[in-house]
Design a protein around this ligand. Structure first.
Ligand SMILES: [Zn+2]
Length: 424
């Protein structure tokens, strides 16, 4: 009786973080939709001239995108809690275990049924926020059939990646009930590196055709720029993203032999050549400054940090789980849902820290790009172009920037590339 009372008393601990996530997200939605536009505090006259005029359409798109992000967070939090509170995690694990004794097949059943239910429940919202929204703002002309196909591919790819990982994790916690955190950390490292390596080769081509950039005067200039950065062999690929979106982008992906710069075909079609070179110079910055490798290094630190957390905290965490959740120990099949719960909560609260770091490396890549391709005015024009074409607010409220922005706001970028220091 006393033990039960004690355990019950701790239930609220498991509700604090999800409740906070929902509260912050509700506040985020209200704030995103009501905060007044920020005026651009620029003493730099040149930068002021280059910052695009923010249209009503840009403002609406930026703010609604943020509100939708928070709405998704609320919905996924509620779904996870409902699944746990009604004992559905346990019921699904009982069902999967009754059908087969093979762990891989049990995880496959559990994971596919769970993801499928979530996918079906959220499909109307996915359609509104992932399809209707972009079409409404003219940012996509993708046919519905293509969108549905991509959604299906995303689901299949997610399952193919997730199922072996969950199976391996459960296998380890069952086989090594005491020492599993060490072994899990030791296997997480090569898995992380392997995933980063194969992602551009195996995953990205599932959605898009990604080919080496064809010979053109622009490609020659890109090659020259890459050679100047000491990366004469940096491969430049083009992705046919125009299938899905009208927005423009480029990025660096992969590691070692799979590392590459990928430019969306929309960028090549729409952006003036001088500005495309600025985008590439920025991407070469990521490449030359080894940002992906550094990202993996941070991943390794997290993996090492997870050892004591899993050794000491995970058993306690499972010991006091709310009675109604019916999950007893980390070895249960239903523990998969607890890992989802933990990564959901941790992901939400880590986001501002991740974005703080991301903004700092984006600035480094900008500065490297500017040093490599010294054309401050075209850098500034590139950011203005991105703001206009992608309907992104160049100067968002500080609170939104701190929590959500992975890149410095475009007005900030225009400011620092046109500052006298940068120009010299
Ligand atoms: Zn970047």
């Amino acid at each position: 009786m006393v033990a039960e009372f004690k355990a019950r008393k701790l239930d609220y601990l498991y509700w604090i973080l999800p409740a906070l996530i929902i509260l912050i997200s509700v506040f985020g939605i209200i704030y995103a939709l009501t905060a007044p536009p920020v005026s651009i505090p620029l003493d730099n006259i040149e930068a002021r001239k280059l910052i695009p005029i923010v249209t009503e359409k840009t403002m609406q798109h930026s703010r609604w995108s943020i509100a939708i992000g928070f709405l998704w967070t609320i919905i996924s939090t509620v779904l996870i809690l409902t699944f746990l509170q009604y004992g559905l995690a346990k019921r699904l694990s009982d069902f999967s275990e009754s059908k087969t004794s093979n762990l891989l097949l049990q995880v496959t059943l559990y994971s596919i049924i769970l993801s499928l239910v979530i996918e079906i429940i959220t499909l109307p919202l996915s359609y509104l926020t992932g399809f209707v929204f972009d079409h409404h703002f003219g940012l996509s002309s993708e046919p519905l059939s293509q969108w549905l196909l991509d959604t299906l591919k995303g689901f299949a790819l997610g399952s193919v990646v997730e199922i072996p990982l969950w199976t391996l994790l459960l296998f380890l916690v069952r086989k090594f009930p005491k020492g599993w955190p060490y072994i899990q950390a030791a296997t997480a490292l090569p898995i992380m590196l392997f995933m980063t390596f194969i992602s551009p080769i195996l995953f990205e081509p599932v959605f898009n055709k990604i080919q080496l950039m064809e010979a053109s005067p622009l490609r020659d200039d890109i090659k020259k720029l890459a050679a100047k950065a000491g990366l004469p062999n940096a491969p430049v690929f083009v992705s046919d993203k125009s299938k899905q979106t009208n927005t423009i982008n480029a990025y660096v992906t992969g590691i070692g032999l799979s590392e590459r710069i990928v430019i969306w075909d929309t960028t090549l079609k729409k952006m003036p050549k001088e500005q495309t070179l600025c985008v590439v110079a920025h991407e070469l910055g990521h490449y030359a400054l080894h940002h992906i490798l550094i990202g993996c290094g941070i991943g390794i630190l997290f993996i090492i940090w997870s050892i004591p957390v899993n050794l000491y905290f995970t058993p306690l965490f499972f010991k006091y789980l709310p009675e109604k959740w019916k999950i007893k120990k980390v070895q249960d099949l239903a523990a998969i849902t607890m890992f989802v719960y933990v990564s959901h909560c941790a992901g939400f609260f880590m986001e501002p820290f991740g974005n703080f770091y991301s903004r700092s490396i984006e600035k480094d890549a900008d500065m490297y790009g500017l040093k490599l391709h010294h054309d401050p005015i075209n850098f500034a024009r590139t950011y203005a172009f991105l703001s206009n074409e992608n309907l992104s607010d160049p100067c968002p409220p500080k609170l939104l920037e701190v929590w959500l922005f992975s890149h410095p706001p475009l007005a900030t970028r225009i400011k620092y590339v046109t500052e006298p220091d940068a120009k010299n």
